[in-house]
Design a protein around this ligand. Structure first.
Ligand code: PLP
Length: 401
């Protein structure tokens, strides 16, 4: 598309790849909610994907030490050696990825950058990347920006939104470059069991494609299902890229630290993408992350317990509201609600924000219309107020139609 530049006689275009990618609807909604709050409106926002807790003290102390020690210059572009060592140890000891080595770890500006760098390093024009819906909003846009085509396969509500091995098998073609798996899932909180992941792994092992495992919610789990990393399966060691980060479990969203482990040949190219684009993540945040990984376990358990209580409250309150259904999430901090009557979830979310001052994210943003996502990363008081507004809004919306 050509843009007329105001006051000039030229028309210029921009990248078709970037132009055709969607903006993150989650960010757009939380920005609108912030703007309304700034105007003095009592908005309840249950739209954000970030903990409301403070960053653990050990991380803050390490950051202050780093500043005072003038640790404020360029670092190794893949991240500082001691942090990469700590991450490799974590992958070996907590995730069973016995081949994990510091030399295959890259630290980036958030898990988001790890995923983007990886797709950039893997994809050619014409490649396909399989995404399991409901999906995290950024996957399709990133795939499009990297020149590939997102192929979306959807899980059914009745199957807890899980995609079946048969669905995956039928979606793989000679053009498939990568499959993105996210367990625990944003937006549904669903977790695949070890057996289910092993079934996917068998299919991937027989195909010429990679598996990108986004494990950012690994530590926030509440059910009997144990988190399982596909990279721990020896047959997949040359095919799996594991992504994780500090944002969610450590309440460190603003520090922007994510990390990944990749097989040698992928690592080399991802490292090039990072080295030639952003160099490395912030030096101080790297030191803070090292301290959080080494000393923050008690903090993350404390936050997990709070999240578990908030989940209980959210699910109990939601189950009292007629006309909606949901699954009790296994992990993350979201409940994904599906409606019997409402098909236009985007309209419903705009209505809720405008008339009931409640910000939620429509299912459409996650490739699943007719639903919406509620985040329980908020205080009990905020949750109560928000869910009461949802109940009122749902009733009033039905009457207004
Ligand atoms: C599934 C998933 N992956 C990755 C990210 C990105 O996290 P980060 O803050 O580390 O970039 C998010 C953040 O919302 C997410 O929900």
């Amino acid at each position: 598309m050509l843009y007329n530049i105001p006051g000039e006689s030229v028309s210029l275009d921009v990248s078709i790849r970037v132009e055709s990618a969607l903006e993150a609807q989650t960010l757009a909604i939380s920005n609108t909610a912030k703007r309304m709050k700034a105007e003095g409106i009592d908005v309840v926002s249950l739209s954000v994907g970030e903990p409301d807790f403070d960053t653990p003290q050990c991380a803050k102390d390490a950051a202050i030490r780093a500043l005072n020690d003038n640790f404020t210059h360029y670092t190794d572009s893949n991240g500082i050696a001691e942090l990469r060592e700590e991450i490799a140890k974590k992958f070996r000891e907590e995730n069973g990825i016995s081949h994990a080595k510091a030399s295959n770890v890259i630290v980036s500006g958030g898990a988001k950058q790890c995923i983007y760098n990886t797709l950039m390093a893997l994809c050619n024009e014409g490649d396909e990347v399989i995404i399991l819906a409901p999906y995290w909003v950024s996957y399709p846009a990133m795939v499009v920006m990297c020149g590939a085509e997102p192929i979306v396969i959807s899980g059914d509500y009745d199957n807890q939104y899980k995609v079946t091995p048969n669905q995956l098998k039928s979606a793989i073609t000679p053009k498939t470059k990568c499959v993105i798996l996210n367990s625990p899932s944003n937006p549904t909180g669903m977790m695949y069991t070890e057996n289910e992941i092993r079934e996917f792994a068998e299919i991937i092992a027989e195909s010429d494609c990679y598996l990108l495992s986004d494990e950012i919610y690994e530590k926030l789990t509440y059910s009997d299902i144990k988190h399982f990393s596909p990279a721990s399966i020896p047959e997949l060691s040359s095919k799996v890229i594991t992504v994780n980060g500090m944002s969610k479990a450590y309440a460190m969203t603003g520090w922007r630290i994510g990390y990944m482990h990749a097989p040698d040949h992928v690592f080399k190219e991802v490292s090039k993408v990072q080295g030639q684009s952003t160099s490395h993540p912030n030096s101080i945040a790297q030191k803070a992350s090292l301290a959080a990984l080494q000393e923050g376990n008690a903090d993350i358990e404390r936050m997990r317990i709070s999240f578990a209580q908030r989940k209980e409250l959210t699910c109990a309150m939601l189950s009292e509201i007629p006309g909606l259904k949901f699954h009790n999430p296994d992990g993350a901090f979201y409940v994904f609600i599906s409606f019997d009557e409402i098909t236009d979830d985007v309209d419903f979310c705009s209505y809720l924000l405008e008339h009931h001052h409640l910000a939620l994210v429509p299912g459409d943003a996650f490739g699943c219309p007719g639903a919406l996502r509620i985040s329980f990363a908020a205080s009990e008081e905020t949750l109560r107020k928000g869910i009461e507004r949802l109940a009122l809004g749902l009733k009033a919306y039905g009457n207004s139609k």
